[in-house]
Design a protein around this ligand. Structure first.
Ligand code: URA
Length: 209
């Protein structure tokens, strides 16, 4: 292909200059995994039996997780080899929205819910205001929905522990608007180009670079 302005399909066409392949941003790899409990979110580690990479067979790119989920947490986990986007998606400055469903022990009082919403004092500072809804109660437990715009380590569990309620199970239902819809536990898919474009715009990165 030599004609200037020739249109290419970045998903299927390979562009070469002087015989060398050009790596375009569109060739970067963006994965959405429905993480099951029991899989460690860590760097690729051939010695650790059960990391998320066990579930990602068939992906050649060196994708890395965007933030962390605990061993026993399930739900939306993004992996990518786009460092700029991953950095911004996890940086508190960009306030990317994360939604969790947590079953907690006991029935949090209105005062406890208010404290959780307004900010809990944790070892690394006071948490930012959060939207928290009571979803339902079952036996001695309560299901809460957390909408967070920061992503501290083990944030939901630490907030609940500080409020006197142990988290029994935790699911991340949304990350930046993405969900696990149509994915069974352990399944993954590539993000669409439209999804990648939306994520990049969300954190102030342009598609064209
Ligand atoms: N908050 C937690 O406590 N654990 C997670 O895995 C994610 C958010």
């Amino acid at each position: 292909m030599t004609h200037p302005g020739t249109r290419i399909n970045p998903r299927s066409d390979q562009v070469c200059v002087n015989g060398r392949a050009i790596q375009s941003v569109d060739r970067q790899t963006y994965i959405l995994l429905h993480k099951p409990p029991g899989y460690l979110v860590s760097a690729r580690d051939p010695h650790h039996a059960q990391t998320i990479y066990k579930l990602l067979r068939g992906i050649d790119a060196r994708v890395f997780p965007v933030g962390r989920l605990d061993l026993d947490t399930r739900g939306v986990l993004l992996l990518m080899d786009d460092g700029d986007l991953a950095f911004r998606l996890t940086h508190p400055r960009y306030g990317v929205k994360k939604v969790y469903r947590a079953w907690v022990s006991g029935h949090p009082s209105e005062a406890v819910l208010r404290a959780l919403r307004e900010g809990m004092k944790l070892s690394d500072g006071v948490t930012a205001p959060a939207h928290i809804r009571v979803m339902r109660a079952r036996g001695g437990d309560t299901e809460l929905e957390f909408v967070l715009h920061e992503g501290r380590k083990r944030q939901v569990k630490r907030m609940c522990e500080a409020a006197g309620h142990r988290v029994q199970s935790l699911i991340r239902t949304h990350f930046a608007g993405l969900t696990t819809r149509h994915l069974k536990l352990g399944q993954w898919r590539h993000l669409t180009q439209a999804e990648v474009k939306r994520l990049r715009e969300l954190v102030g990165l342009n598609q064209e670079q």
